[in-house]
Design a protein. Structure first.
Length: 118
């Protein structure tokens, strides 16, 4: 199984980015897909998750600014990030799990760096 994340970069506050994660080696439409992030010196946190059914969950600080979506035909999950803030700076990871309680994750991508600064 591989999860290949891309789309990170450096942007100014208030701007947008789209992260993408392409999965291979798993039956994508059976998996909960999620995005996590980890800033330097901070704990890793789950940013957003999306069930195979389409149900979504967001961390409070990104709700209304970030949108998770999935394309089951392309085995891809996206994270659209709008109104970015400096505190969104982190290494972002995608992850996959068949745990529908979204507690334990089976597979992790390599991470893509997002830097928000002026």
């Amino acid at each position: 199984v591989q999860l290949q994340a891309s789309g990170g970069g450096q942007v100014q506050p208030g701007h947008s980015l789209r992260l993408s994660c392409v999965a291979s080696g798993l039956t994508f439409n059976r998996y909960v897909m999620a995005w996590f992030r980890q800033a330097p010196g901070e704990e890793r946190e789950r940013v957003a998750a999306m069930m195979p059914s389409g149900q979504r969950a967001y961390e409070d600080s990104v709700r209304g600014r970030f949108t998770i979506s999935r394309d089951n035909a392309k085995d891809t999950v996206h994270l659209d990030m709008n109104s970015l803030k400096p505190e969104d700076t982190a290494l972002y990871y995608c992850a996959a799990t068949t745990d529908y309680d979204i507690v334990n994750f089976d597979y992790w991508g390599q991470g893509t760096l997002v830097t928000v600064s002026s």
